[in-house]
Design a protein around this ligand. Sequence first.
Ligand code: COA
Length: 257
Amino acid sequence: MAVDVVRDGHVATITLNRPDVLNAFNTAQLEALRDALTEVRQDPAVRAIILTGAGERAFAAGADIAEMRDKSPREALAFAQLGHAVCSLLETAPQPTIAAINGFALGGGCEVALACDIRICSENAQLGQPEVTLGIPPGWGGTQRLARVIGRAAAKELILTGRRIGAEEALRRGLVSAVYPLAELLPKARELADRIAANAPIAVRYAKEAINRGTESDLETALAYEAQIFALAFDTLDQKEGMGAFLERRKPTFTGA
Ligand code: COA
């Protein structure tokens, strides 16, 4: 399978699985990722999603250049729109998404990671948007999400040069939030996922939505939205459970209701 999905407890791990080409995305793999995300997003038992790459060399080394080379503009548009749809599924998933970047995350690989809520990487990771070195600009959100994550000037420098950066520079620029030895990367991603999964799912979803929507709105609109979802949370059983557990000095058990 081009994409493997493993559910364990409240965590789903999706693995991009074309290691012979460093998990480069062809259309079939992108469609498989779209279908896997569509299914996992709807599963109320899944409270966090980890996305990673098979093998020890790559998260994903970009879109499949062999497949892309002969595309017409019309086909390229469809490919960009499919990439955007996948990134949007990650970004708007009710569950938080964690990119565990285990090596190269280039071009489309970097863009898919950018659509995740949290990015952590291994010491051997290399990230970048090398599209201009191939005669194209980034097409799966890189020009927008990279600028939003690391700032316009830094994004322009990386995208316009096409240079790759290592794990330490990615950390310094805020492109990833932590760097681990390769063997520790997935256990650390799992720790993060378990921590998130132990929290109230509706509150987690509302918080993610408020950050996503609010940072794309003016402050007044964003704060009004925050007040609304804050109020809505008081209509959940998990709010009663969380506060009740605190006052009774016990651990809460959240059901997502
Ligand atoms: N599309 C298609 N195939 C790719 C690929 C991509 N984006 N990235 C790597 N591969 C393939 C290589 O063609 C090679 O296949 P082969 O063994 O059949 O020849 C295999 O993956 C291993 O890659 P290779 O280039 O031999 O490894 P390397 O260690 O020398 O270099 C990279 C690794 C990532 C630096 C290099 O593969 C690369 O630059 N890839 C393209 C990155 C890119 O520009 N991505 C953006 C696309 S828009």
